[in-house]
Design a protein around this ligand. Sequence first.
Ligand SMILES: [Zn+2]
Length: 243
Amino acid sequence: MPGPGPILREIHRLRRSIKELDSAIENGPRQLKAQQNKIAKDEDSVHRAQELVKQSKIKIHDKEVSIKATQAEMAKYEKQLGEISSKKEYDALRREIASAKDHIREIEDEILVLMLESDDKAKLVPEAEKAVKKAKDDLAVFERDLNDRLKRYAEEKARAQQELKQVEATLPADIKSHCDRLVGMKGEDSIAAVEGQTCTACYTDVTAQMANDLLRGEFVLCKSCGRILYAAAPTAAAAEPPA
Ligand SMILES: [Zn+2]
């Protein structure tokens, strides 16, 4: 009668599959939340860019008003120039006009900077809006599919759990209680395959005797990591005899 090796292999496979389903079930809503957060952030930057463009327009308008006011003042000074006889007053007026001109140049430079800035932002807005719209559409599809997937995962998990229960029930009682205790502590990670002569969990070699026992399907614990072992391939050739 073959040992429990093939049963342990099947238990390990089912437990790993249940673990993977669990993480898929957990990940789905997390991915959804992450996508929602990203869209909210992108939408926010679009709004901020639009707001900046709007604010720039207001600032530019204010500065244009200020230029007009200064120009009107300059025109007034220039008119006064013709009516003044005192050299001192004339010179003072010329200085006023020169400083008004400087002032206008400064404001014009500021307007230019604002225009360049807001043009750059304005150019980005349509692209960003398009990207947000696409992300929202993708999200709607993802959300719809996610619900289907979660349902499927839950069904697969229930099936695997049912199968696991049946397979575990076929273990000899003493081995089952050992297995239950270890799995209870460390989950599916308390079982490991041996490939060739190496424990695939801790990469320590088992003895030739243990490898042969495993190939016969016998119950073997890894001397290094304490895991329950089974031979990886059901039809592997017998362990090579020591040279
Ligand atoms: Zn080990």
